[in-house]
Design a protein around this ligand. Sequence first.
Ligand code: FE
Ligand code: ZN
Ligand code: FE
Length: 208
Amino acid sequence: MEGLRELLIEELKDLYSAEKQIVKALPKIIRGANSDELKMAITEHLEVTNGQIARLDQVFGQLEEKPKAKQCKGMEGLLEEGSEVLSEEEKSALRDLQLIGAAQRVEHYEVAAYGTARAMAEQLGLTDAVELLAETLAEEEEADKKLTEVAEALYNEVNTADSGEESDEEDEDGAEGEEENVESKASSRKAGAQKKTAPKKKMAGSRR
Ligand code: FE
Ligand code: ZN
Ligand code: FE
């Protein structure tokens, strides 16, 4: 079982690096988030993540290994994609949805990695390590679920803003082309609102 033990240590080093990268990246996402719900969800997960690093320290301790990080390139790439969103888009509900997409990729990566580490610890009969890794795994799944909830609220927000502009469209049937012109003029006057109207036009079209 010497080989498997080494593999587990490699997984733990990868996770140690991943969690430390996340702790560095999350404050930027908190600052960049538009909605308070997203800010709160990520702030909470930042605190949770510090606890997860402490748990990894404990697992290394149980293996009588010094806690060490080995650069996790997967997490580096995922976080890079998140920071691209921050630098390329303006703050908005739509950007929040992109940030959530990036953050959920991070959580799924962690779910996979902790699942692997837990399975290895199980095989090695490391009962305490299994328990610690399972606790973190549950937190990552919880974070993913929470992000889905925040996204659902944001979709409602985006859709409500759209149907608000659209509300008098319902009682005039034939003049859709005209209305689209009025609408696009109106929305281009409002800075930042342009993108919100895009998915709605398709819906209006399909209703005919
Ligand atoms: Fe984590
Ligand atoms: Zn990795
Ligand atoms: Fe996480």
